[in-house]
Design a binder for this molecule. Structure first.
Ligand SMILES: [Fe+2]
Ligand SMILES: [Fe+2]
Length: 303
């Protein structure tokens, strides 16, 4: 992709932003369970007309819990990937070294942030919410793919966090202020990660032959398929979490409808928003134009 990103400007922006986990959650900074956590564009619970408004709110918050878990999960593999990319060249370009280590440090902080919000959620929600995993196994599987394939998958993830915030959260006055603050502060740092990961992908591409580029897009598709399988399992877990939280006696068809709506919402949240993101697609096109076409052809299933 044509861009003017640089390690120096990303580092300068990151230095200006810096926030602490303790500033966002804990003490008197509590989640307000009378408010939704996720924008409806991602949660997609209102179409479930057999649920009361309170039940829709509960399901929205279950989706919020899943969002915390999902980013906790993906950042478990982003962190070692960035460290591994930085490690072979820790001298020479000072801005590069500092920007990459700061990127890694921010992802470690985000893992902590999402964990702290999960603790607060679990304390206040009143019943247990399940999530797929374990994160270490997911991380090991994802990182077993080629460096370029993983780099492209991570670039997809970085861009979706921006889209979630800009399109659904920034101008939304209904959301719980603490959850909104989490999404805002995550977005502030992810804005640099999109640029840094584009630079990483550029560097990896420069050392990759045509055959390995084909392999990288197969790996991206495989990682996407792996995540989608996880989402299908997660949709069933969400139904269980919902029934546990509400004691609602759902018919078989209502359970199916609920699981389908959650799956559709998750597919859009984690896959569709990336596969249709113009900047992500521009990077893909610069590497391999047919890969962009293939991703665009596959995208409607996840939108
Ligand atoms: Fe992050
Ligand atoms: Fe990130």
């Amino acid at each position: 992709m044509q861009h003017n990103y640089s390690y120096q400007s990303a580092l300068t922006a990151s230095d200006r932003i810096g926030w602490r986990v303790e500033d966002l959650i804990g003490g008197d900074k509590k989640l307000d369970f009378t408010k939704p956590f996720m924008p409806e564009s991602l949660a997609q619970v209102k179409q479930l007309s057999f649920l009361t408004a309170q039940e829709q709110l509960t399901l929205n918050q279950i989706r919020g819990h899943e969002y915390l878990c999902m980013f906790g999960l993906v950042e478990e593999f982003i962190l070692p990937y960035v460290v591994d990319h930085a490690r072979p060249q820790l001298s020479g370009d000072d801005y590069r070294v500092r920007a990459l280590l700061q990127f890694a440090g921010e992802e470690a902080k985000h893992i902590h942030l999402f964990k702290r919000f999960r603790e607060e959620f679990e304390e206040g929600f009143g019943s247990k919410c399940d999530f797929i995993g374990p994160a270490q196994e997911v991380s090991r599987y994802v990182l077993s793919h080629s460096p370029l394939g993983v780099g492209i998958a991570i670039l997809h993830i970085e861009w979706i966090t921006l889209r979630h915030y800009i399109e659904g959260v920034r101008d939304n006055q209904d959301l719980d202020p603490q959850f909104k603050s989490l999404l805002k502060h995550h977005w502030l740092e992810e804005s640099q990660h999109t640029k840094l990961d584009t630079l990483i992908v550029d560097e990896v591409v420069a050392n990759t032959g045509a055959e390995q580029i084909n392999q990288a897009f197969e790996d991206y598709a495989d990682i996407g398929g792996f995540i989608d399988n996880g989402l299908k399992q997660q949709a069933e877990l969400a139904v269980e979490s919902f029934v546990r939280a509400t004691s609602r006696d759902l018919s078989k068809s209502q359970r199916q409808e609920l699981a389908a709506a959650v799956l559709k919402g998750m597919r859009w949240t984690y896959l569709g928003t990336g596969m249709t993101h113009p900047n992500f697609l521009a990077t893909v096109e610069a590497i391999k134009p047919e890969a962009r076409k293939q991703i665009e052809e596959m995208a409607p299933v996840f939108c």
